[in-house]
Ligand binder design. Sequence first.
Ligand code: PLP
Length: 385
Amino acid sequence: METIYFDNNATTKVADEVLDEMRPLFCELYGNPSSMHTFGGQIGRKIRQAREQVAALLGCDPSEIVFTGCGTESDNTAIKGTLAAVPNKRKVITTRVEHPAVLAVCRDLENYGYTVVELGVDKKGRLDMAELQEQLDEDTALVTIMYANNETGVVCPVEDIAELVSSKGAVFHTDGVQAVGKIPLNLSQGNIDLLSLSGHKLHAPKGVGVLYVRKGTRLSPFMLGGHQEGGRRAGTENVPGIVGLGKACELAARNIEQENNKVRSLRDKLEDAILENCPDARLNGDKENRLPNTTNISFEYIEGEAILLMLDRYGICASSGSACTSGSLEPSHVLRAMGVPFTAAHGSIRFSLSRYNTEKEVDYTIEKMPQIVNQLRELSPFVAK
Ligand code: PLP
């Protein structure tokens, strides 16, 4: 049975071109870029090239790219590094729908005397800009709001938010882990100070990330030690990962429009058919302002986990809630923040596609979903029979 992979917001396949680029860096070009000899020096050139490739995708200067170990590290660095650099301000603003890589860090700050404000969202997952405006004050050091939600795909108006935050003299960080490679960016325009991304969400390997740091942004280093990354992130570089990420960014920049269109039409076909053929199913999130690859659908009266297990039998991989919190039976904090009723939040499934998905896979899933939903409803104690 072939695997049909619709869980690309959890992680993605490493692109063949990326792996080809990485391969020599394990056993042939394995020098340390900090070494004085020529053998190590050539690795430094590889990192420089990767930095340029990432900067080209983000529309920024290569000097503004700091390589990290993952998206979580980038988020932690952005938040803690900003607060350490701006010690006289004690307030942080975020949202209730952030990934735990941001939300857990912000909640922990309360233990250190910070005021943390978690902004709400409406039933489509859209942020209340008026509430943000009201909360922004002289004491606000940092506003951290995600670019695109990992569970629903809802995209935030981060450029407008960044402008507002900048006018109040606070730093603006956005978790761009799900957005980069799916939304065209030009960070040289606008007011985003810090942006996180993660390699394994855009067909590069796991274990490499980036924090974009706009020139002039005050940020204390999170990892201390060597002088790597211009003293902004100590630790010997994950050279194969960095080179792979550079190549993945080059590929994304080359095909972003074309791939978005293909992925969006497959996602729409899947979504429309499921909503039409499965009774009591509803879409979660703002249909108009979403990533092109993500759909999140709730099925009343049945458990998301049960649907996942049934899909798994047919080789179809999807997700209920975010990958990092699955395993717990708590309904998704994102759907709860959107006011999705408990029963519907429990029965939610996320399909997240990539450029590697095909129409045949979508058609097969469209055929299976109504069967699965009907079968589970037959067993459900909540459905009148
Ligand atoms: N932020 C978002 C929005 C994510 O979706 C994820 C991973 O799912 C992360 C941060 C964490 O990234 P990483 O897995 O690279 O630590």
